[in-house]
Design a protein around this ligand. Structure first.
Ligand SMILES: NC(=O)c1ccc[n+]([C@@H]2O[C@H](COP(=O)([O-])OP(=O)(O)OC[C@H]3O[C@@H](n4cnc5c(N)ncnc54)[C@H](O)[C@@H]3O)[C@@H](O)[C@H]2O)c1
Length: 344
């Protein structure tokens, strides 16, 4: 894949000569951030900290971590393979003084129910990373999630949370920790971004936890009718293209608001259906395969997510550039390339 993107400055901050830590940088969002900085600020000093994937499988059959070296082919910065839960590994970061920390590393699997493992990985490590941010006087931008809202009705708004799974709870706890830490450390800037359903290049190695855009795309390229839950025209999500998520991360570095900790929704502000994804993909791929409709095995399944993004827009100047149609259109060649690679 050609990792280079057109030069796109989302902010007047000059990240050249800045030292930037990206935890989870071998994963989907982290690797996109890494290439954003590399392409737009070639003199930035980018450090990726990620445990990468091992063969370790969780109780639900998914891998413990999804980081993949293929997401980083062409990356010229520094890479540290380490576990955010391991103090010795984290001590390798002492060689640097960071200006910015983008904390993406986490168990990102929303369907894992091992509470102890999720809380240890996502929550405990956050204290250590905040300590590093404090020591280095670094701006901390961390990944929260729309999962904090559980089944609350749309649009989801910061301030009303009701997580329905351990993953969502862990992100909610990170938000609380960040808030308390910011109160005790008023000179710090700590910004939480609640990503909604992100899709785009470099998500492929998340396998079954990747977006339905790439999963349905590959079913269509296999010549099969894309498989959807019954009533998928009424199951709605706020799908956001990866470039807009990168935009939000960059803009969060210059949060105009006070106090020094804020949480923002990062979505398009518009909910679309899983049926829409299937229809747009079939149009892009010039197919007419219909759909295979299956029963939804999940109880308590979210029927509608839609980010309330007024504050994200007002305080960060965030304006999503991609609709579901234009996001899929930008992504389709990569979906085809991955499908070819998979079948070689
Ligand atoms: N993709 C989405 O739709 C979405 C939505 C909401 C929130 N988020 C959050 O955004 C962040 C990035 O998500 P993503 O989609 O890129 O997921 P991802 O799984 O591709 O990336 C997470 C990365 O963290 C690494 N990691 C996991 N455990 C680690 C550990 N103990 N030590 C070091 N590294 C570890 C993994 O190897 C992986 O590279 C996560 O915090 C996730 O919870 C993502």
């Amino acid at each position: 894949m050609n990792n280079s993107k057109l030069k796109m400055n989302y902010s007047d901050i000059n990240f050249n000569n800045k030292t930037i830590l990206i935890t989870g940088g071998a994963g989907f969002i982290g690797s996109n951030l890494a290439f954003y900085f590399q392409d737009n600020y070639p003199n930035s000093n980018i450090v990726i900290f990620d445990c990468f994937r091992s063969e370790e499988v969780l109780l639900n059959g998914n891998l413990l971590s999804f980081g993949h070296y293929k997401n980083l082919i062409g990356f010229r910065g520094n890479i540290i393979c380490g576990n955010i839960n391991n103090e010795n590994d984290l001590s390798l970061l002492n060689d640097y003084k960071f200006d910015y920390i983008f904390h993406q590393a986490a168990i990102s699997d929303t369907r894992l129910y091992d509470q102890k493992l999720i809380m240890k990985t996502n929550v405990n490590s956050f204290y250590d990373l905040l300590k590093i941010a404090k020591k280095d006087n670094a701006i901390m931008i961390y990944a929260s999630s729309a999962a904090v809202y559980g089944n609350l009705s749309s649009p989801q708004t910061v301030g009303t949370e009701n997580p329905e799974n351990p993953y969502g709870y862990s992100k909610y706890m990170m938000d609380k920790i960040a808030c308390n830490y910011a109160i005790k450390n008023p000179s710090m800037l700590i910004v939480g971004l609640r990503f909604f359903n992100v899709y785009g290049p470099k998500e492929f190695y998340k396998a079954k936890t990747s977006s339905m855009v790439v999963q349905l795309g590959h079913q269509i390229l296999d010549g099969k009718p894309p498989s959807l839950f019954k009533n998928s025209d009424k199951i709605l999500r706020d799908f956001i293209y990866i470039d807009d998520v990168v935009q939000a991360n960059i803009k969060a570095c210059k949060s105009k608001n006070k106090p020094n900790h804020e949480i923002y929704n990062v979505g398009t502000g518009i909910s679309r259906s899983f049926q829409d994804i299937s229809d747009i993909l079939q149009k892009e791929l010039s197919t007419n395969l219909g759909n295979k409709y299956i029963s939804n095995p999940y109880s308590g399944y979210q029927m509608n997510t839609q980010a309330e993004i007024t504050k994200t827009n007002e305080n960060l100047g965030f304006v999503p550039n991609f609709s579901l149609e234009s996001g899929i259109n930008s992504y389709i060649n990569e979906i085809k390339r991955l499908h070819l690679e998979k079948n070689q």
